[in-house]
Write a protein that binds this ligand. Structure first.
Ligand code: NAG
Length: 389
């Protein structure tokens, strides 16, 4: 059974693009009743997202708030706080299963932490509606904001219980306590309280280092190894290029991995479990790969064949996981689409180069085979026959 680079290229390209398509609620959002919104932000806490259109001329805000309540019978809330930056003072929309069993939205002028009661709010509201499906509440509404409003303080929340039509207190995890910040309705920028600018900078540094090392250098190193080998004149240059690329990629990647550990230890409230687990796996596999070099059997050793299988399997796994995790990270950072697109283009170029070289390799190898077919000695294994695993 042959594991071919082409297949892997297609595999990781399709994994990558499906990951990109599924990233965050923003890129995958579609709403019932032809509701469409001009702007969207994946909110950094409580797995929620805000979708909105804002007509600055009439200061009419049309929004959808999407969040998973901890339990199906729970509630979700989105609010503007015109006076303070916490819960008290919030002009809130809260969606939950009403006593009649249907999903509905009520407005709350929240004046204390102890109890809340449905009441009119400072803004005129209309078209309030909510839906529950797949563990997620989608809450819709329109709010007429004071003329000239551009930036508002937003607060959002989820809770697990409603008793006799009254939403009960939410959890006090740090994600619940940090789910507030500002949103610039015109520019679409969302800022979060509690996320300092140095954290944002550290996250960006972490992203760049890891995208370059795991996401670009290691795949390039694999391309060197696989395709330069075919050219006899590139022996042993391909080997040194491969080793140099992977050592640099690994070195920089471990640095990036350490910055990730540091970010993870600071982020108590919100955990990116998948991203972290993939990161841990990547580090372990790549480290194993480095140490396995020291036990590499000699070229003619009978175990060398098995070592090669191991080396390729782990190597390609690291590359695929590395690329997947770059996309996971882009999703977490909720970066501008241009970065995501830039990375997708980079990967497509690398994939295209690999595909082209794969074809060239096969042509050369098949040609060599037919040239050599009269000779008794099959030298194909040292002339770069595409690896047969
Ligand atoms: C909300 O409650 C505060 C405090 O009781 C009150 O001053 C304010 O007028 C209320 N707002 C509305 C729209 O009822």
């Amino acid at each position: 059974m042959a594991v071919h680079w082409v297949h892997l290229a297609f595999l990781f390209l399709s994994v990558a693009s499906s990951t990109a398509a599924a990233s965050g609620a923003c890129s995958s959002a579609s709403f019932s009743s032809n509701r469409v919104y001009a702007a969207c932000s994946d909110l950094p806490r409580l797995s929620s997202s805000l979708h909105w259109s804002y007509d600055a001329a009439t200061s009419l805000l049309s929004l959808a708030f999407v969040a998973p309540p901890p339990k199906p019978e729970g509630w979700v809330a989105w609010a503007i706080n015109p006076t303070a930056d916490g819960m008290v003072g919030s002009q809130a929309l809260i969606a939950f299963h009403q006593p009649d069993g249907k999903m509905g939205v009520r407005t709350y002028n929240i004046t204390s932490y102890e109890s809340i009661a449905a009441s009119p709010i400072e803004y005129e509201t209309s078209d309030l509606a909510a839906e529950y499906s797949g563990g997620v509440v989608r809450m819709f509404g329109k709010m007429k904001l004071p003329a000239g409003t551009t930036v508002v303080k937003q607060v959002w929340q989820v809770g697990s219980t409603v008793v006799s039509g009254v939403p009960q207190a939410h959890d006090f995890q740090s994600a619940n306590l940090q789910s507030k910040g500002t949103v610039d309705l015109v520019k679409g920028a969302v800022a979060v309280s509690g996320g300092s600018s140095s954290t944002t900078r550290n996250k960006n540094v972490h992203g760049v280092i890891n995208a370059v090392s795991w996401g670009i250098l290691l795949p390039i190193g694999a391309i060197f190894a696989r395709y330069l080998k075919t050219f006899k004149s590139a022996d042993p240059a391909w080997f040194y290029l491969h080793v140099a690329c992977q050592i640099i990629g690994y070195g920089v990647g471990v640095g990036g991995w350490a910055t990730g550990l540091n970010l993870g230890s600071k982020s108590k409230g919100i955990q990116y479990t998948t991203h972290r687990n993939i990161g841990m796996t990547l580090f372990s596999l790549a480290t194993l790969q480095v140490f396995a070099l020291f036990v590499r059997p000699n070229k003619d050793h009978k175990y060398r064949f098995y070592w090669n299988i191991y080396h390729h399997l782990v190597g390609y796994t690291v590359i695929v996981l590395g690329i997947v995790n770059v996309f996971k990270g882009l999703q977490i950072l909720s970066v501008d689409d241009k970065y995501r697109v830039g990375y997708i283009i980079t990967i497509c170029i690398l994939g295209g180069i690999a595909l082209l070289l794969e074809v060239v390799t096969w042509i050369i190898v098949l040609k060599r085979k037919s040239d050599n077919s009269t000779k008794p000695c099959d030298r194909s294994s040292s002339t770069g026959v595409p690896l047969a695993v």
